[in-house]
Design a protein around this ligand. Structure first.
Ligand SMILES: [Zn+2]
Length: 381
C-alpha cells in the first residue's frame, strides 16, 4: 500500500517534470511532439489508474473477507468462553449436589433410625434415590432446615440438567462455527493471493508507464534542443550575424575532416553571381578522409558548383560536403551510417578546380544554412 503510493507519487512527478520542460506555445515543429507526449502521458496515466482501481477492488474484496473472518472468529471465541462458563457452573453445581445428597442421605438414615416404617416402604416404592429423597414420606420426617436443603437439591439438580443440555448444544454450535471459520479463512487467503497478483500487475503497468514517460521525455528534450538550434539559425539568418550553433546544441559532433584542417570564419563572404558564402572552407591535403559529423543517411551526388558532393541527413539537419575528390566505394548512396564513418575524400572538384584542395562544408538545420564555423572550430583539432 505504502510503496504503491510512493510509486504513484513518482509517476505524477514525472508527468509534472515532463510538462514543465514543454514551453507553452512551442513552434509547430515541437507542437506535434508535445501533443504526442501529452497523449502518451494521458494513456499511461489511464492504464496505471485502471490497474490500480482493479487492485483497489481486489483489496476491498479482501478486506470484506477479513471482516467476515473476524466476525466468525469472534463468534467462536465467545462460544468457547460461554462453554467455559457453563462447564465451571456445572462443576460448582456438582459440588453442591454432592453435599446436598450427603445431607439427604443423612436425613434418610435419621428418619429410618427413628423407626418410620413408612420410610422403608417408600424406599421400596421409589424408583430412584432422587424419587426417594423427594418423596412425601421423607418430607414429612424432615425438619424445616432439612426441607430447605431438599428444595435446594431439587433446584440445583434441575439447573444442572438444563446446563448439560445447553452444553451439548453449545458444543454442536462450536463445530459449525469452526467449519465457518475455516471456510472464511480459505476465502481470505484466496482473495489475498488474488490481491497480490493484481497489485503486481498494477506495479508492472506503472513501471511501464514510468519507462514510457522517461522515453517520451528524452525524445521531447531532443525535439526542444533541435527547435532551439533552428531558432538560433533563424535568428542568425534574419539578423545576418554569424553566431552559428552553441556547442550544447551539437553534442557528439565529429570534425568533418579527419585529423583536422585549416579554416577561417568566411560566413557571408561575397561569391560569384552575388551569392554569399553559406559554409566554411576547410583546407586539407587531397584525399584526406571526410567523416559523417553525426549519425545519418548519406546521399552521393554532384553538381556544377559543388562538384562531387555528399549530403548527410541526421536529426532533422542536412550537412553538405562539396568539392570532393571522390566518394567511398564501400558505402552506397542512401545508406545509414554512424558518426565518424568515412563518407568522402578532400579534393577540388566543381568550381574549386583552380583553388587549393578543401571541403566546402555546410550545416542546414531544417534546410536553412547557418554559420558552421563555431561548430567546426569547437570540434576540429
Ligand atoms: Zn566554400
Amino acid at each position: 500500500m505504502v510503496s504503491h503510493r510512493v510509486q504513484r507519487g513518482l509517476l505524477f512527478l514525472l508527468i509534472v517534470a515532463l510538462l514543465a520542460i514543454v514551453p507553452i506555445g512551442a513552434s509547430a515543429q515541437t507542437e506535434g511532439d508535445v501533443d504526442r507526449a501529452e497523449g502518451q502521458v494521458e494513456r499511461a496515466e489511464g492504464n496505471t489508474s485502471q490497474a490500480y482501481s482493479r487492485w483497489q477492488q481486489a483489496q476491498d474484496d479482501l478486506e470484506a473477507a477479513i471482516l467476515e473472518l473476524d466476525i466468525v472468529t469472534s463468534r467462536l471465541e465467545n462460544l468457547v468462553y460461554t462453554i467455559g462458563l457453563t462447564e465451571s457452573r456445572i462443576v460448582t453445581y456438582e459440588d453442591e449436589v454432592g453435599a446436598l445428597k450427603e445431607n439427604a442421605q443423612q436425613l434418610f438414615l435419621e428418619a429410618y433410625t427413628s423407626g418410620g416404617r413408612a420410610i422403608v416402604s417408600a424406599a421400596f416404592e421409589a424408583g430412584t434415590i432422587q424419587d426417594l429423597l423427594t418423596s412425601q414420606q421423607l418430607m414429612n420426617n424432615a425438619a424445616s432446615r432439612d426441607l430447605a436443603d431438599l428444595d435446594r437439591y431439587q433446584a440445583v439438580a434441575r439447573e444442572m440438567g438444563r446446563l448439560k443440555v445447553d452444553l451439548v448444544a453449545q458444543q454442536a454450535e462450536v463445530e459449525v462455527v469452526e467449519e465457518e471459520t475455516a471456510a472464511a479463512a480459505d476465502r481470505a487467503n484466496t482473495l489475498s493471493e488474488q490481491s497480490r497478483t493484481v497489485y503486481n500487475q498494477a506495479s508492472a503497468a506503472e513501471q511501464a508507464a514510468i519507462d514510457n514517460l522517461a522515453k517520451e521525455r528524452r525524445e521531447l528534450q531532443a525535439a526542444i534542443a533541435l527547435k532551439k538550434a533552428r531558432d538560433v539559425a533563424a535568428a542568425n539568418s534574419k539578423s545576418g550575424t554569424a553566431a552559428g550553433l552553441p556547442p550544447a546544441a551539437t553534442p557528439g559532433f565529429y570534425c568533418p575532416v579527419q585529423g583536422g584542417a585549416s579554416f577561417i570564419d568566411s560566413w557571408g563572404f561575397p561569391r560569384s553571381g552575388g551569392r554569399r558564402h553559406k559554409g566554411v572552407d576547410m583546407f586539407a591535403a587531397r584525399n584526406t578522409p571526410l567523416v559523417a559529423v553525426v549519425d545519418g543517411r548519406v546521399k552521393f551526388s554532384s553538381n556544377s558548383l559543388g562538384g562531387i558532393t555528399t549530403h548527410l541527413y541526421g536529426g532533422g539537419t542536412t550537412y553538405y560536403y562539396a568539392h570532393l575528390e571522390r566518394q567511398p566505394t564501400n558505402i552506397s548512396s542512401g545508406q545509414v551510417v554512424k558518426a565518424g564513418t568515412i563518407i568522402g575524400y578532400v579534393g577540388n572538384s566543381g568550381n574549386a578546380r583552380y583553388t587549393s584542395t578543401h571541403v566546402h562544408f555546410e550545416i542546414r538545420p531544417g534546410n536553412v544554412a547557418i554559420n558552421p564555423y563555431p561548430t567546426v572550430r569547437h570540434y576540429c583539432p
